[in-house]
Design a protein around this ligand. Structure first.
Ligand code: XUL
Ligand code: CO
Length: 435
């Protein structure tokens, strides 16, 4: 059998003194951090689309990526070679999960029936490989944004035939995800948004997206798919205004349509920054609303206004992300999917390893630092002290709903206010000392 990454052996943990670029410096899968191993905490996943389909093309230039499986002309043979390459890669990397869109794994046929047949054939091979390598499916999803039929959206399209086609595609993608034991199913609203309100009925489009989600919930129940359903917010790109703008917008939408008990969120770092938030803000907003489901790990570039999907290397940010995950009691059944792609000039197959190793080690380091911060109650104790006025006296009464404006007006007349410092710089310096 052809080897696709012959220059790479199994990636192992060698510790932070190691100079080997093909070794983990921080990620030691079986090392215990508290009650769980690093592997159990982090649940890393490889994104099939970026890693095994990304070709480096951009609006100004042609593909650059060297991948032997791209040179095969027959689409089904190419899809099969891609599966072989994917499992060799994931097994050498030591990552136990992957994610895909339906269209990432098998080519489209001349009609939906043929497309589904292609998918079934490749799924059979994937199923074999999953068993052989003991690798699992974190989530599946449907690509409802690439084909021209989705130019005006999928569930939000003004054309009901497009809505129906999208439903057929999600039905099949859910069946496939269930068959492969997928632990979650993701909805990212590809082109669910608009360019101008001059041609858009926003109310109807949003009602239709809610109907689509209702149908998805019903169908998941009908086929006994017990994976977690996840919605992935993103504020812009490809449409100017995406309906699933950020965590708060999605939560308001779900509550309006009584769908909140069925969905959690898949939160992506670069989508958070495009929405003008930090990754931690989005994670905490989901966490305090019991809606933190899974992570798409990557990072953007603050100087660029688009979704650059870079591998996450900023340990300051991975630390604060892992802090939220630990506060959340973990991610399971979610995980940490690298929705990230190597830069266009990083065109060698070995760069796929360098990218993932960088991301994995950044999160492993983030996990260790965040765990220590929590163990030492650095932020917890500070917060407890800062909000202590709500533990007794008038604050306790406010918290417990025992007073109204009248009682508070009486209280305020008699009381002198003494404020305290927020000590932000002191906390930032402490955080740096942990990192
Ligand atoms: C797009 C994006 C998607 C979703 C899955 O920005 O993040 O790849 O993660 O459709
Ligand atoms: Co994503």
């Amino acid at each position: 059998m052809e080897e696709y990454f012959p220059e790479v052996d199994q990636i192992k943990f060698k510790g932070k003194e190691s100079k080997n670029p093909l070794a983990y410096k921080y990620y030691n899968p079986k090392e215990k951090i508290g009650e769980k191993t690093m592997e159990e905490h982090l649940r890393f996943s490889v994104a099939y689309w970026h890693t095994f389909r990304g070709d480096g093309a951009d609006p100004f230039g042609s593909p650059t990526m060297e991948r032997t499986w791209y040179n095969i002309s027959d689409p089904m043979d190419k899809a099969k070679a891609r599966v072989e390459a994917a499992f060799e890669f994931m097994s050498k990397l030591g990552v136990k999960y992957f994610c895909f869109h339906d269209r990432d794994i098998a080519p489209t046929g001349s009609n939906l029936k043929e497309t589904n047949q292609n998918l079934d054939e490749i799924i059979e091979l994937i199923e074999e490989k999953m068993q052989e390598y003991d690798i699992n499916l974190l989530w599946g999803t449907a690509c409802l944004f690439d084909h021209p039929r989705f130019m005006n959206g999928a569930a939000s399209s003004p054309n009901a035939d497009v809505f129906a086609y999208a439903a057929a595609q999600v039905k099949k993608a859910m069946e496939v995800t269930k068959r492969l034991g997928g632990e979650n199913y993701v909805f990212w609203g590809g082109r669910e948004g608009y360019e101008t309100l001059l041609n858009t009925k926003m109310g109807l489009e949003q009602d239709n997206i809610a109907r689509f989600f209702e149908m998805a919930v019903e169908y998941a129940q009908e086929i006994n798919f017990d994976g977690q359903l996840l919605i992935e917010p993103k504020p812009k790109e490809p449409t100017k205004h995406q309906y699933d703008f950020d965590v708060s917008t999605v939560l308001a939408f779900l509550r309006k349509y009584n769908l909140d008990k069925h969905f959690k969120l898949n939160i992506e770092a670069n989508h958070a920054t495009l929405a003008g938030h930090t990754f931690q803000h989005e994670l905490q907003t989901a966490r305090i609303n019991n809606a933190l489901g899974s992570l798409d790990g990557n990072q953007g570039d603050m100087l660029l206004g688009w979704d650059t999907d870079q591998f996450p290397t900023n340990v300051y940010k991975t630390t604060l992300a892992m802090y939220e995950i630990l506060k959340n009691g973990g991610l399971k059944p979610g995980g940490l999917n690298f929705d990230a792609t190597v830069r266009r000039p990083s065109f060698k197959p070995i760069d796929l390893f360098y990218g993932h190793i960088a991301g994995i080690d950044s999160f492993a380091r983030g996990l260790k630092t965040a765990y220590q911060l929590l163990e030492d109650r650095v932020i917890e104790d500070f917060l407890e002290e800062r909000y202590r006025s709500y533990q007794k006296g008038i604050g306790k009464k406010i918290k417990e709903g025992q007073v109204g404006f009248k009682e508070l007006a009486e209280y305020a007349k008699e009381n002198e206010i003494i404020n305290e410092s927020g000590h932000q710089e002191k906390l930032e310096a402490i955080l740096n000392s942990y990192i």
